[in-house]
Design a protein around this ligand. Structure first.
Ligand code: EPU
Length: 424
């Protein structure tokens, strides 16, 4: 049974928050580590989130030894690794378990696993991942809830992605590092997490060029070995706290960030009138000021991140005028709006779009974190609402935000957890 997160709103925040390593890089780096044939892998700045626990459980299931310490350092030893079909509950807990498809296919030329899990944001197909594996010479079969992917050998190929998918780009890279010859991915996604994964693999001995642009090449190699790597800061966690600061802080600094990764969002906040000082690796926000409505449209990087659309919606409920939020990545990613409406938000929903008219006071009530970033949007709402907000299904938030309660408590929030009462 998941905890309930309770927040008593209306306590202005102050101080500094340090951002953790990027979830969406970490969840690819951990599966990528199994591609090493020898040597130890040391990953630093690993966030303390449940997704990491699930992926570590999958490594251990394949007899890969892991050791973690408090400071976000994981040591991975693949020397005793055995191939296993991924018939493990952890594989269905998160979406990123699909990175084991590319990594196991690359290393063992076979993989058998169930459908990956993760947040429901409307349909989330993986057809492009599979087409990529097929282009490299693998055969893919889906039956009885299992993906069976096998190849006699993988041969480099040219792959055009119909949609610039983060997951497909990374998965094809993982499968291609041991392929014979050169793989070219056209219309590749350009997210910073992809660059981080490519840097990690290159340190292990891979030959990946062009990560961060829309054409990536992978020259196959014979052996990858252990390395050390520090994960980039989480731009979505950073963006979430910047929005929290604009909504609920007198003065707050968000540190250990790469502001260039947040340019689209920072521009929108400037347009709203949020007062910010953007430094080399920090942003200081003077929040709780009058703000203007803006229109946003989610796009793949460097456009406005879909993962920040949900947290920003809460801020838009406090802006003067009518804002529109258009989703081009996940047309159904609007469950948070229904929850925000329970708290007093004025939101009109139409296909792939929300119109928010503000400012409206928000009132604490019972709401449900239907997915990770919906959870973040409700936490922000709880911080500014009058009374107590009770967020149910908080496990979604724990999948992706490192020490959320502790970080917010240190900033001056009143936040606590209670056990969900069982109904009879
Ligand atoms: N798509 C396809 N076919 C595919 C793959 C994707 O049509 O085979 C479509 C999707 O339906 C979507 C678009 O392509 O419309 C982009 O999806 P993408 O593959 O880029 O998303 P993802 O890799 O499944 C990652 C993040 C998400 C984030 C999206 C978009 C991870 C583990 N997840 O998902 O993060 O929203 O990119 O930036 O990296 C989150 O952190 O809360 C989260 C959901």
């Amino acid at each position: 049974m998941s905890d309930i997160l309770k927040i008593e709103g209306g306590h202005p925040l102050n101080g500094t928050v340090t951002i953790s390593g990027a979830k969406n890089a970490t969840v690819a780096l951990i599966p990528a580590a199994i591609l090493a044939l020898k040597g130890e892998i040391n990953i630093f700045n690993v966030p303390d989130i449940d997704d990491v626990e699930s992926l570590t459980a999958l490594l251990n299931y394949m007899n890969v030894k892991t050791e973690s310490d408090e400071g976000g350092h994981i040591r991975i030893d693949v020397s005793g690794m055995n191939y296993m079909d991924l018939d493990h509950p952890a594989a269905t807990k998160l979406r990123a378990s699909y990175y084991f498809m590319g990594a196991l296919l690359g290393k063992y030329k076979k993989v058998r696993m169930k459908m990956p899990g993760g947040c429901y944001l409307g349909p989330r197909p993986i057809d492009l991942h599979l087409k990529g594996f097929e282009a490299l010479g693998a055969s893919v079969d889906f039956s009885g809830g299992w993906y069976n992917i096998t190849a006699e050998k993988l041969i480099g190929s040219k792959i055009y992605l119909d949609v610039a998918s983060v997951g497909a780009t990374i998965n094809i890279i993982l499968a291609a590092v041991y392929a014979e010859g050169k793989t070219t991915i056209e219309n590749a996604a350009k997210e910073p997490e992809i660059v981080d994964v490519a840097n990690f693999l290159n340190k292990m001995g891979a030959k990946i060029r062009g990560a961060g642009t829309n054409v990536i090449t992978v020259e196959g190699v014979d052996e990858l070995v252990g390395t050390s790597h520090e994960i980039i800061p989480d731009r979505i966690e950073a963006g979430t706290y910047i929005i929290i600061a604009a909504a609920a802080a007198e003065k707050m600094t968000i540190e250990n960030i790469i502001p260039q990764h947040l340019e689209a969002m920072l521009s929108k906040l400037v347009e709203m009138g949020v007062k910010m000082d953007v430094g080399i690796d920090y942003v200081t926000v003077e929040g709780m000021q009058p703000m203007q409505a803006v229109d946003i449209q989610t796009l793949s990087y460097p456009g406005f991140a879909t993962d920040l659309q949900q947290p920003l919606t809460t801020l838009l409920t406090q802006a003067f005028g009518s804002s529109t939020v258009k989703e081009t990545i996940y047309t159904e990613r609007f469950k948070h709006c229904t929850e925000l409406m329970r708290m007093g938000a004025n939101v009109q929903l139409s296909y792939a779009m929300a119109s928010i008219t503000g400012p409206t006071p928000l009132y604490g009530t019972d709401v449900v974190a239907t997915d990770l970033r919906c959870g973040a949007s409700l936490v922000i709402a709880g911080l500014i609402a009058s009374g107590v907000t009770a967020i149910h299904d908080v496990y979604h938030i724990d999948r992706g935000y490192d020490s959320l309660d502790e970080k917010l408590t240190r900033l001056g929030a009143t936040i606590w957890r209670e056990k969900e009462e069982t109904s009879h």
